[in-house]
Design a protein around this ligand. Structure first.
Ligand SMILES: [Zn+2]
Ligand SMILES: [Zn+2]
Length: 427
């Protein structure tokens, strides 16, 4: 038994915000209450810290199988644990693509053997994510996928998207949508605007994402499927999501920490600023923050996309898209959203817990009988992120060296402490 004492329990599912103890028995919560006595239990003192339900990341790339130079299930989930995540959903653009039950089973088995946190695979929508025939979606669901996506690539036609959604509606799986109009994207490397012109880098207009989001909201209306917009970065996409929610469609969305933190004006000739979708305009960022505040956005997701140092150490045009994200996500949320008063602490916790859980059709709460996944964090621990300290195999982040206030202090998965920041846990 493990007793978390003296913490401030913040649980969005029950709107709890109170000084409470939490008792864990094996893999589940046993009791939540004031001054719990549990003789013989291991004590974790959470004085001055927030005790939240375990964080869920809806969007990451663990690179296994096939790209183990950049990341593995083992290294990626260790980085996730350090970021306070207790469950991460891994995208299927591995080698081979996770488009069949055998690949899904391989990921599930590998995760059971080596992962620090829960790794929930996402299956491809189309075979090989090639945008032609459907993948083995039903068989992958039986093998353990929690959603379907061709992330990394858009689904090129409304017709194929309709087929994917029809299938996923029958199976009650969310379709996670990487929104991009390839004809507008057209080899761009950053957001089109005054900065791309000044830097001489080929731009991608916001409409590349927005047009696709609008199309797919309409296809969700046609099919009744659950549509989740990945890494939403534009005001235009957000307006479609708001329209969809108002219309009663089952449409949800996520925003990454880099998109609510940085803009295209921050881009330098440094490939750690190259991601897809690209960093957006200031107006887009303000709109995303508004959406995070008012409930239009359902989740913060990292899109952790590790690339081994060699592959990013090339010209901007030639570098792959993507940055790592597990270990900076919470700190960026606290530093960029909560401390300046843009959203409440409860809302931030919701965006990491109940919000993503509901996208997956699950619940997430601290209550007797529920799985004992807990994220314990400080809102004011001062630290500097150092990419070379990361257990991830990759270092591609624009936040290396950044000073933060607030950090994960302990991560508990199924009753087991998988990460603990020692200095602060004593504070
Ligand atoms: Zn994507
Ligand atoms: Zn991605």
């Amino acid at each position: 038994m493990l007793l978390i004492k003296n913490g401030r329990v913040l649980d969005p599912a029950s709107r709890t915000d109170a000084a409470l103890d939490v008792l864990l028995d094996g893999e589940r919560f046993a009791q939540v209450g004031a001054n719990i006595a549990a003789p013989g239990a291991e004590i974790l003192d959470a004085k001055g810290l927030i005790v939240a339900p375990g964080f869920i990341d809806l969007h990451c790339h663990l690179r296994e199988p096939g790209q183990e130079m950049s990341e593995t299930i083992e290294t990626g989930t260790r980085a996730a644990a350090r970021g306070g995540f207790t469950a991460v959903c891994c995208m299927p653009n591995t080698q081979p693509v996770n488009d069949s039950a055998s690949v899904t089973r391989g990921i599930v088995e590998r995760a059971a053997a080596v992962a620090s946190v829960r790794a929930w695979p996402i299956g491809a929508a189309s075979a090989g994510s090639k945008g032609e025939a459907l993948a083995e979606i039903a068989a992958m669901k039986d093998a353990g996928i929690v959603a379907v996506s061709d992330d990394g690539k858009p689904i090129a036609t409304a017709r194929l998207m309709r087929q994917v959604m029809d299938y996923c509606r029958a199976l009650d799986l969310p379709v996670i949508d990487h929104c991009e109009d390839a004809s507008l994207f057209a080899g761009g490397v950053m957001r089109e605007g005054p900065t791309s012109i000044r830097m001489g880098l080929k731009g991608i207009p916001a409409q590349s994402e927005t047009i696709c989001a609008g199309r797919d909201v309409k296809v969700a209306g046609l099919t009744g499927a659950r549509l989740h917009i990945a890494h939403m970065s534009t005001l235009g996409s957000l307006e479609y999501v708001r329209f969809a929610k108002k219309s009663g469609l089952r449409v949800t969305c996520e925003v990454t920490p880099h998109h609510f933190t940085l803009t295209d004006e921050d881009v330098r000739y440094d490939t750690n600023y190259k991601m897809n979708p690209p960093l957006a305009s200031r107006a887009d960022r303000e709109a995303l923050i508004q959406g995070l505040a008012d409930g239009s956005v359902d989740a913060i997701a990292t899109d952790h996309a590790p690339h081994h140092p060699g592959s990013k150490d090339v010209e901007f045009d030639r570098a792959p898209f993507g940055i790592t994200g597990f270990e900076t996500a919470l700190a960026l949320g606290l530093t960029g959203l909560v401390h300046p008063g843009k959203i409440s602490l409860m809302r931030l916790v919701e965006l990491f817990t109940m919000g993503p859980a509901r996208v997956l059709g699950m619940e997430r709460k601290i209550a007797a009988g529920e799985p004992a996944d807990v994220t314990i964090f400080s809102t004011d621990h001062a630290w500097n992120f150092c990419a070379t300290d990361s257990p991830s195999k990759s270092r591609n982040t624009p936040f290396d060296g950044r000073a933060f206030r607030g950090a994960p202090m302990a991560t508990i998965v199924g009753g087991r402490i998988v990460y603990r920041r020692e200095a602060a846990a004593r504070a």
